[in-house]
Design a binder for this molecule. Structure first.
Ligand SMILES: NC(=O)c1ncn([C@@H]2O[C@H](COP(=O)(O)O)[C@@H](O)[C@H]2O)c1NC=O
Length: 510
């Protein structure tokens, strides 16, 4: 009996060459509508699937290969006499090779004005059914879903070199492929129905690159992206210059990007180890960067910079003076690129920072599990603040308080930020007690803490932080409020003439 190959592909690139190879190796070719036409046009002796099913394609292609004559040929075990006898009784031939790729569901969703009808019509049913059947029966059926495998598969077939491991590898690829396909469909439907935190969390990611290593050189790592990632996202970055991003670069760049997305006016963010080390806002991007730099000229060394405006010549000239790992911006002028690309090691990333953030949920893995939460999109405006003290913040203090609140949201808890006139002066990050974070931030700010404001990501459990702030000359504080002992902190502020406002919203970042 001649060996059979069933070919049914949506992406028809290189299929003729592959089919020619199979034909040369003696396979009988069976195919569906469009694929058949393409093979026959190349004068290949392919036969329609309907010759096997004795049933023509119906329902606009919704039913073509969904037939027992196909699926028995795919699922029958060659080493099972019962299976073989049942095939023989029904004159069904086994199928040895299956080449299928699926309707372009993802590409359909990527289209600007996709309708629901279009999306649904692009859910492939017959293709995954064949792929799964063939992959289940991998010992007897070779299954190919990726056009990149055509050439190597032909070479191996020609040399008769397929062992069980190779067959399993192709089957594993198929199950990953159909799982990825179904996860995208599940995501689409969950979005339509607006269901949150469903009973199973079926997500899928596609590889961007294998990374040289993870957080440390002995850890292997890779970067994956959401198949439909849109908007401001490190996964959508266009790298204009510099060597490949590392694992830590990607984490830091993501943190810097998230911070830069907070500001409407020109803003510059400098990040080290996922915490901001300096943030500045100004009338121009060059002025904003100057402030971010001056905020902490030591820590910025080797840092990641995110700018929410085009990098111009002035800013590029400042950037080039320091050793930086990455500069992220929505765009770079030609002059800026000329200045910065002289530096071999700097990585320049173009990301549409002016668009909306490319993430709605944050996922964190724990051993044996996954935590899922909404991204912290919490914002407060002046009207939503409660003034807790006798003294109200004046106009400049209020501006500084709102600025520092946007910063502290992105600092690892326990977090304290000291700021004045559109610039951070001291940042205390990731401390095990709040007053410790305050001491670090105030020490960094030094004398410039006089007349500055303080932001705290969570409430003060006791008045010790207020006492530290008062000693350093802080004149206004922003914090969520809500502690049982708020009164103690309010009293301390009143004694020192500090204005304190409550946001009613906490910004823990663990
Ligand atoms: N319904 C079926 O029986 C069926 N069988 C195969 N397909 C798909 O039809 C496509 C190929 O169609 P054509 O050869 O007509 O261009 C492939 O993507 C294949 O996965 C089907 N279509 C969708 O479900």
């Amino acid at each position: 009996m001649r060996k059979r190959a069933l070919i049914s592909v949506s992406d028809k690139s290189n299929i003729v060459e592959f089919a020619q190879g199979l034909d040369k190796l003696g396979y009988e070719l069976i195919s569906t509508g469009g694929t058949l036409k393409k093979l026959q046009a190349a004068e290949l002796p392919a036969i329609p699937v309907s010759d096997i099913t004795q049933f023509e394609e119906i329902l606009d292609g919704r039913v073509k290969t969904l037939h027992p004559n196909i699926h028995s040929g795919l699922l029958a075990r060659r080493d099972d006499p019962g299976h073989q006898q049942q095939l023989a009784e029904r004159d069904i031939h086994p199928i040895d090779v299956v080449v299928v790729n699926l309707y372009p569901f993802k590409q359909t969703l990527e289209q600007e004005s996709v309708t629901q009808a279009d999306a649904i019509e692009n859910i492939d049913i017959g293709g995954p059914t064949m792929l799964r059947a063939a992959a289940k029966n991998f010992r007897d059926v070779l299954v190919i879903v990726d056009p990149d495998d055509y050439q190597p598969v032909l070479e191996q077939l020609a040399q008769d070199k397929f062992d069980e491991k190779d067959r399993k590898r192709l089957a594993a690829k198929v199950f990953r492929h159909t799982a990825n396909y179904d996860a995208m469909i599940a995501g689409y439907f969950s979005e339509i129905t607006g269901e949150k935190n469903p009973e199973t969390y079926t997500i899928t990611y596609e590889k961007v690159q294998t990374l040289r290593y993870g957080e440390n050189p002995h850890q292997s790592a890779a970067f994956y992206k959401e198949p439909l990632a849109k908007g401001a996202s490190i996964a959508n970055a266009k790298q204009l210059h510099g060597k490949e991003l590392s694992y830590n670069n990607i984490q830091d760049a993501n943190a810097a990007l998230e911070m830069a997305l907070e500001y409407q006016g020109p803003a510059a963010v400098a990040v080290k180890h996922m915490n901001p080390c300096g943030i500045g806002i100004g009338d121009t991007i060059s002025q904003a960067f100057q402030k971010a730099y001056q905020a902490d000229p030591v820590s910025i060394f080797g840092g990641i910079i995110a700018l929410n405006r085009q990098v111009d010549k002035d800013t590029a000239n400042q950037l080039k003076e320091i050793f930086l790992e990455i500069v992220i911006a929505p765009s770079f002028t030609e002059e800026a690129l000329e200045i910065l690309t002289v530096k071999k090691n700097i990585r320049l990333l173009e990301i549409p920072i002016e668009s909306t953030r490319g993430q709605r949920q944050k996922l964190v893995s724990v051993a044996g599990g996954l935590l899922v939460q909404d991204v912290d999109n919490g914002k407060v405006n002046e009207q939503e603040l409660t003034i807790a003290t006798n003294r109200k913040p004046d106009e400049q203090e209020m501006k500084d308080l709102l600025f520092s609140w946007k910063v502290v949201k992105h600092v690892k808890s326990n977090a304290i930020v000291i700021a004045k006139q559109d610039q951070t002066l001291g940042i205390g990050a990731g401390q095990m007690n709040r007053v410790g974070a305050a001491k670090i931030a105030l020490e960094q700010a030094g004398d410039s803490a006089k007349g500055a404001v303080m932001a705290s990501d969570a409430f003060f459990p006791m008045p010790d932080t207020v006492e530290e702030a008062a000693q350093a000359g802080i004149t206004a504080i922003i914090q969520p409020g809500g502690s049982k002992r708020d009164e103690d902190s309010i009293k301390a502020c009143n004694e020192h003439g500090i204005a304190m406002v409550f946001t009613g919203m906490r910004h823990f970042k663990h």
